[in-house]
Design a protein around this ligand. Structure first.
Ligand code: ADP
Ligand code: MG
Length: 244
């Protein structure tokens, strides 16, 4: 058995004649926290979306937890249950309460009965610092609170890996810290994570590895201190000069 959670080899993704992933190799070990950085349009979101088949790869192989997700025999719904995803826009169901949002998937997919799902939802809300919001409606929450509910909702499926696509980019600056704290706690607890973010402080503090992408390629990767203090590639240097 391999201890790789994610094993992507030579992944290519075309939209028509536009090749946005040009042969990506991307590995994530069990319990590893990988921060993915790069200019807008470099293919970061497309890579994340390929990992749970929100996008169909054009070619290449994607193995998650030993299961080849491009193999038609692989049950993609089952595979997805183990992959939590948090987006820039939280996509909460506005007609459901916070508690109902978190309970929905585990109950619908038969992972838990209502009582179990409620107990889990309450525990998760405590973890994300929103213990008093079980009955609240999403519209009454701030952006940062909504995003923490979205994280709790993803965790309710008890995933093996969490994918974050710019989870703090749509938030007012004063909300960013609380969301990053929740993510730091998850990392400390050993969650395997892939995080696309422009929060370089988070990357320095939490990432085991930083991967820099540009124009559909992985250009450079390494320990955060190596990438931030001693980048080797000119494109990495140019990007970091702009964002730091
Ligand atoms: P990033 O997340 O790094 O900003 P994306 O993965 O969102 O980059 O996009 C990479 C490229 O793919 C961009 O040029 C974008 O316009 C293109 N792209 C992304 N999604 C689609 C789509 N559904 N259809 C066509 N082109 C797309
Ligand atoms: Mg993106």
């Amino acid at each position: 058995m391999t201890d790789l959670k994610v094993d992507v080899t030579n992944l290519k993704k075309n939209y028509g004649s536009n090749q946005v992933l040009k042969g990506i190799d991307f590995k994530v070990a069990n319990n590893e926290v990988v921060v993915l950085i790069g200019p807008s349009g470099s293919g970061k979101s497309t890579l994340l979306r390929c990992l749970n088949k929100l996008e169909e790869p054009t070619s290449g192989s994607i193995v998650i937890d030993g299961h080849d997700i491009s193999d038609p025999k692989t049950n993609i719904d089952k595979a997805r249950e183990n992959i939590g995803m948090v987006f820039q826009h939280f996509n909460l169901f506005n007609n459901l309460s916070v508690g109902e949002n978190i309970m929905l998937a585990p109950v619908e997919l038969g992972k838990a009965n209502k009582d179990e799902a409620m107990t889990t939802a309450k525990q998760l809300l405590e973890t994300v610092g929103l213990a008093d919001k079980f009955d609240a409606m999403p519209a009454s929450l701030s952006g940062g609170q909504k995003q923490r509910v979205a994280i709790a909702r993803a965790l309710a499926m008890n995933p093996d890996i969490m994918l974050f696509d710019e989870p703090t980019s749509a938030l007012d600056p004063e909300m960013v810290g609380d969301v990053l704290e929740v993510m730091k706690d998850l990392a400390k607890d050993g969650m395997t994570m892939v995080v696309v973010t422009h929060e370089m402080g988070f990357a320095k503090e939490v990432a085991d590895r930083v991967v820099f992408m540009a124009e559909g390629h992985v250009v450079e990767e390494g320990r955060p201190e190596a990438i931030f203090e001693d980048p080797q590639n000119e494109r990495t240097k140019a990007f970091l000069e702009k964002v730091i």
